[in-house]
Design a protein around this ligand. Structure first.
Ligand SMILES: Nc1ncnc2c1ncn2[C@@H]1O[C@H](COP(=O)(O)OP(=O)(O)OP(=O)(O)O)[C@@H](O)[C@H]1O
Ligand SMILES: [Mg+2]
Length: 386
């Protein structure tokens, strides 16, 4: 049996990647042209995939550019940041692991890195420092990419995923200032910074009172176009000896509102249930599977919300655009005006709702279906009826 052509849950760069041609060109021009870039979008729209795809291309075409991709997902302190940052930059400094330890010693003047290389050098390469030493010589690590670039006569591109995590470090504000001050002076290093907490990322890069204001170009990643999804779904079915009509491929795309992760997930479940030809009934079943699979996350998410916040979500689903109007507040029991307006901000900052042309909408299309079903008793499949 063939493997599913649809992939979700990891970054995609090969067959399952829909060519974001314009975005790749723009990001690639920025990063090879020395323009620092912050890439922002809601969760799971495809930031990490886009960056990986773009830097893989850059790396292939430019032997004089070295690239480090650093994911701060599990990093929660300055110390962890420093070690991970140093390790990934040293790994990027040479394609030969035999050179890493030797290189590492030449890159530092004051710091003495402790290096360990395990049986699988590429994955078991660790570097650590005495924390007291780091505190005194932080600049050496923060300037490491520039040091490497100068010594090796190359350029470096440093990509940092889930960057907003630095906001959780103790002394975050002084740390942020230090990063910015050092990185700004560097001539041979370009940064690509991205993260999934839209509100926090915007606050870091778009706030005139913050150090990273005007650090570089801010790119707000958009969804992949509907037509591209339809073509991709049809092509992927055909490639694996199954069939789907354009209408049904469009149905999958529209149900998931062109959301990258969910379109892939719904297409995968549909593909899996299809023997040779997809039907509306199969898509219906696939949608139930998708909602069931995600229900634990949605339950967890709603458990953290207060009653007035839940009521506010119900108001949004009913198309209420003036959430702090007197009529909305009484109809939906939104609490006091202050309460309602605070809740609106919280839900927006947490990327649960966002503003649209008139009024508000859910950010997550499948969560919306689940929420309608759970709180308004609307059938999940009501979109199949006409
Ligand atoms: N260009 C693309 N073509 C097709 N599918 C994509 C593309 N980009 C992303 N996806 C789908 O979306 C999923 C999420 O992508 P990715 O992890 O790159 O997003 P992200 O914005 O970095 O997410 P997070 O906010 O969780 O960090 C992928 O697993 C894949 O299913
Ligand atoms: Mg990501």
């Amino acid at each position: 049996m063939k493997n599913s052509p649809f992939i979700y849950g990891t970054t995609v760069i090969n067959d399952a990647f829909i060519n974001r041609k314009d975005e790749i060109r723009k990001l690639s021009d920025n990063l090879t042209g020395g323009i620092n870039t912050a890439l922002i979008s809601p969760r799971r729209w495809g930031k990490s995939s886009l960056v990986e795809k773009t830097v893989a291309k850059i790396g292939k075409n430019n032997k004089k550019i070295r690239i480090a991709v650093i994911d701060l997902f599990t990093v929660s302190s300055e110390e962890q940041f420093m070690e991970k940052f140093a390790r990934e930059l040293i790994k990027a400094s040479s394609s030969k692991w035999q050179e890493w330890a030797r290189n590492a010693r030449t890159f530092f003047k004051m710091l003495l890195p402790k290096i360990q290389i395990g049986i699988d050098p590429v994955n078991d390469f660790s570097i650590s420092f005495n924390w007291e030493d780091i505190k005194k010589n932080e600049d050496e690590i923060l300037d490491l990419a520039e040091t490497i670039a100068k010594q090796k006569k190359i350029k470096m591109i440093v990509c940092i995923d889930e960057f907003q995590n630095i906001a959780n470090f103790n002394n975050f504000e002084s740390f942020e200032k230090k990063l910015r001050a050092i990185w700004q002076r560097q001539q041979d290093v370009t940064y690509c910074i991205y993260g999934s907490r839209r509100h926090m990322m915007k606050d870091i890069f778009n706030n005139p009172s913050k150090p990273f204001y005007r650090f570089g170009d801010i790119v707000l990643l958009q969804k992949i176009a509907r037509d591209e999804w339809i073509r991709f779904i049809s092509r992927s079915f055909t490639r694996t000896d199954k069939q789907i009509t354009n209408d049904d491929a469009a149905l999958i795309t529209d149900l998931m509102q062109c959301h990258s992760w969910y379109v892939q997930q719904l297409a995968h479940y549909t593909w899996n249930l299809t023997t040779d030809r997809a039907t509306k009934d199969i898509i219906k079943k696939a949608l139930s599977e998708l909602i069931n699979a995600n229900t634990p996350f949605y339950q967890k998410e709603t458990e953290t919300l207060s009653t007035t916040q839940l009521n506010l979500l119900i108001a949004v689903l009913n198309g209420e655009s003036r959430l702090t109007s007197v009529s909305a507040m009484t109809t939906y029991r939104l609490g006091t005006p202050r309460n309602a307006s605070k809740n609106k901000t919280i839900l927006m900052n947490n990327d649960i709702i966002q503003e649209k042309k008139e009024g508000f909408e859910f950010v997550d299309p499948a969560f919306e279906l689940w929420f309608r079903h759970t709180f308004l008793n609307q059938p999940i499949h009501k979109y199949f009826e006409d």
